[in-house]
Design a protein around this ligand. Structure first.
Ligand code: 7GP
Length: 756
């Protein structure tokens, strides 16, 4: 059916065995593209538009081969010609369209939406340089443009676009798309990406992400989340958001009209899921289009839009809940600002409580707009939703209890197990068959808890994944990880609430302990990965501490054989696919109540890592599913943390002054250590922890250290550890994004799946 040898001769005039990996990659990409092009788009009267500022999709080749059902065949033809698919995939460039959890979630969701045969597309922007590419220099993060376009064409040109009118000028968009193939489906969905006609790459220097933020008609789609620490940057974000939603709204209306909508029934043709608040302006923009361009009465327009927009909240951190000065909106999109003012008046007529007002002192609260004028609000894990209902959004919950629901996040097993961990996939197939490929039901594995063959197979699969990780780290950044090391991983955006600094303090403790002669049973490798926002100084300081610690330990011959700290450069989906399958320990150590859900926690457990966590986000659900003997929990509860914040009674300095803690924190400013790094950064971080510690790392530190020691000791009982590992894999089925998407569809979207 597939004849790679023939295609190689046709395309390159050489046999498959004579092609370089990059040529094989192009060959396979063409094969996938052709197959995808032939597939029809999933049909349906009512369509979903999943609008998101980011889609962190990762490389596409392997997953597309899996979803097309030709992965095994391609892999064996390649192997016969001496090629390794994993190597071939290395020459694929990862699209720079996302940033963190919310963007990766959107990508998993697209995979599941297509797999379930639901008519739905992702809608976003085609960023030329992504967020940024992370480089380390002088042990510090530097940000350079993440150039990915032009490296290969994954984008289909849809050949259309729209005019977007800003206050005082207008621009034109151009629509591209990436085909989204469901697993074993005969039809596809799409990720539809709007680009700015006339976007000017020459505004961006080669080695920095500083560019002229005022050149709006040339820079709109250059970067995701451009720096917003000054007014030009904040205005640019608003321009970008309006560009995104105006295009989305025009697309929605045009396609609904094509399918026969009379517009007052638009909700029968389209449902819009907005991924956090960045796309909130789609609400007034839809109203504007219906009223100004199609003569629908204002009240009717508002009523129909309210029946079609649903909002997902991904964070309770106050600084991430978007608020824009009304004056910005008036400048960017005057008519939309006018509509927002009217919507605010109407909302105030319904409820005069200032806590639910959309506009307060000239500032527009985007989440509030989304809740008043949408029909659904959801959190992303049970605890998170409860906190929204009872605390953060409580007045809204009183007003509209029926609008609230929980949709615990999920991940696609096609990418995070079948593509990323072939050895484990084979073991599971051999043990329980392949039904789980469709159902995600891994629970039959639990019956093998005492099957030594399966436990050994699991250990071997972990060894295989570790070997791939070692190879990856060696080739990506020249780091050698010892073969018998326990691999302990924290990968995620750098943020104080995620508390990478707490793990860094543990590393200092362990370093000193080894110096005191307490050698661990085997080498410990602690791996970090993640970017920090360029304007987030303390997060950059934490990265600096970690890189400096890594070098310090590597240079100490008394400790280096036993402890290694690796900070992976430019953590991305590809790095995640190499690190997560190899991990023994999954670090999920956020301050309880702050992590909305987490999704790497799910990927790690699916790959047999054991979780070390606070009872935060979806960790709570993981703990319930695997039972206390298969997880390590520690730290203050979310109630306790909320009480400390409410009372203002957290005293970081008192905790710092405890001698055991002070010793660790003061290591950061030990003169010899400081001399190997940037003293200003280290001093600032030290003082922040010693005096402020807003996310309470010192509160949980002692217990964290204790529990970590238990984890490492338990690891040495290999049989018991592998049983824990198996229990985690067996319980991971609950976190399939297919389950999550079924729930969104049953409760919110009500799309009719395509029949096959
Ligand atoms: C993240 C949350 O931090 C994470 O806990 C969650 O798993 C993920 O969304 C998916 O729901 N939030 C973001 O990525 C983010 O940018 C601010 O939130 C808007």
């Amino acid at each position: 059916m597939i004849d790679l040898e023939g295609s190689a001769r046709e395309a390159f005039g050489r046999g498959l065995a004579e092609l370089g990996d990059d040529e094989v990659c192009r060959l396979l990409q063409d094969l996938v593209r052709e197959r995808a092009r032939e597939l029809p788009v999933v049909r349906g009267k009512r369509r979903l538009y999943y609008v998101s500022a980011e889609f962190l999709i990762g490389k596409l080749l392997t997953c597309n081969l899996i979803n097309l059902g030709i992965y095994d065949e391609v892999r064996s033809q390649l192997a016969a010609a001496g090629h390794d698919l994993a190597r071939v995939e290395e020459s694929e460039v990862e699209p720079a369209l996302g940033n963190g959890g919310l963007g990766r979630l959107a990508a998993c969701f697209l995979d599941s939406i297509a797999t379930l045969g639901l008519p739905g597309d992702g809608v976003g922007l085609n960023y030329h340089y992504g967020l940024f590419r992370q480089r380390f220099s002088y042990k510090q993060q530097t940000a350079v443009p993440d150039e990915w376009l032009g490296c290969q064409d994954v984008l289909n040109d849809e050949g259309t676009g729209f005019t977007v009118r800003f206050g005082g000028f207008s621009v034109t968009s151009h629509l591209y798309s990436i085909d989204v193939l469901g697993y074993g489906r005969g039809a596809k969905d799409r990720l539809r990406l709007f680009d700015l006609e006339g976007a000017d790459d020459s505004l961006v220097p080669a080695d920095s992400i500083d560019f002229d933020k005022t050149q709006v008609s040339r820079n709109l789609t250059l970067f995701l989340y451009p720096d917003d620490s000054d007014e030009d940057g904040r205005l640019l974000r608003v321009y970008q958001q309006y560009f995104m939603v105006s295009n989305a709204a025009q697309l929605i209306v045009a396609e609904a009209l094509e399918r026969g909508s009379r517009l007052t029934d638009l909700d029968e043709y389209a449902v819009v899921q907005i991924n956090d608040t960045h796309p909130t302006m789609v609400i007034p923009e839809l109203v504007r289009i219906l009223v100004d361009e199609h003569g629908v009465a204002f009240d009717d327009a508002v009523a129909v839009v309210r029946r079609m927009v649903a909002y997902t909240n991904h964070t309770i951190l106050a600084e991430a809940l978007e608020k824009w000065p009304l004056a910005y909106l008036e400048r960017v999109a005057p008519r939309v600002a006018q509509i927002i003012v009217r919507l605010d008046e109407l909302a105030k007529e319904r409820c005069s409580d200032p806590e639910v007002a959309i506009i307060v002192d000239g500032v527009v609260h985007m989440a509030r707009l989304a809740i008043h004028y949408g029909f659904s609000v959801n959190g992303v894990a049970e605890l998170h939703t409860r906190i929204l209902e009872q605390t953060e959004l409580h007045p809204f919950f009183e007003l509209y209890p029926e609008r609230f629901s929980n949709k615990t996040n999920g991940i696609t097993f096609r990418r995070w197990l079948m593509a990323a961990n072939p050895d484990l996939t084979d073991l599971i197939d051999r043990t329980i068959g392949t039904g789980w490929h469709r159902t995600a039901d891994l629970s039959p594995l639990a019956a093998h808890a005492d099957d030594s063959g399966v436990l050994e197979g699991l250990a071997l699969a972990k060894e295989g994944a570790k070997a791939r990780m070692r190879d990856f780290l060696w080739r990506r950044q020249g780091v050698r990880v010892p073969e018998d090391a326990i691999v302990d991983v924290q990968v995620k955006r750098f943020h104080e609430y995620k508390r990478q600094q707490m793990l860094a303090l543990y590393i200092i403790w362990k370093y000193l302990d080894i110096k005191n002669g307490n050698r661990p049973a085997r080498p410990i490798t602690i791996v970090f990965g993640g970017k920090a926002a360029p304007a987030y100084t303390i997060a950059q300081d934490v990265i600096h501490l970690i890189v400096t610690l890594g070098a310090w330990i590597a240079n100490d011959p008394a400790v280096a054989p036993y402890l290694q700290v690796v900070m992976v450069e430019n953590y991305d989906v590809t790095a995640a696919e190499h690190l997560i399958p190899a991990a023994d320990v999954s670090e999920q150590i956020s301050l309880a109540s702050k992590e909305a859900s987490g999704t790497s926690n799910m990927k790690f457990m699916l790959n047999g890592a054991v979780t070390l966590c606070t009872l935060d986000g979806a960790n709570v659900e993981i703990a319930r599913l695997v039972g206390p003997e298969n997880i390590y929990t520690f730290g203050a509860s979310s109630e306790e943390v909320e009480r400390l914040y409410a009372e203002g009674s957290y005293d970081a300095h008192a905790l710092y002054l405890r001698p055991a803690t002070k010793l660790l924190v003061d290591f950061i400013t030990n003169p010899q250590f400081m001399a190997t790094g940037c003293p200003d950064r280290l001093r600032r971080l030290h003082d922040d922890i010693a005096w402020k510690d807003w996310f309470m790392a010192l509160l949980d530190l002692e217990e964290f250290i204790r529990v970590k020691e238990v984890v490492y000791a338990d690891y040495e009982d290999r049989g018991a550890w592998m049983r824990k590992s198996l229990a985690n894999v067996a319980a991971a089925g609950a976190f399939s994004s297919d389950r999550t998407i079924r729930q969104y569809n049953d409760d919110i979207w009500h799309l009719v799946p395509d029949e096959e």
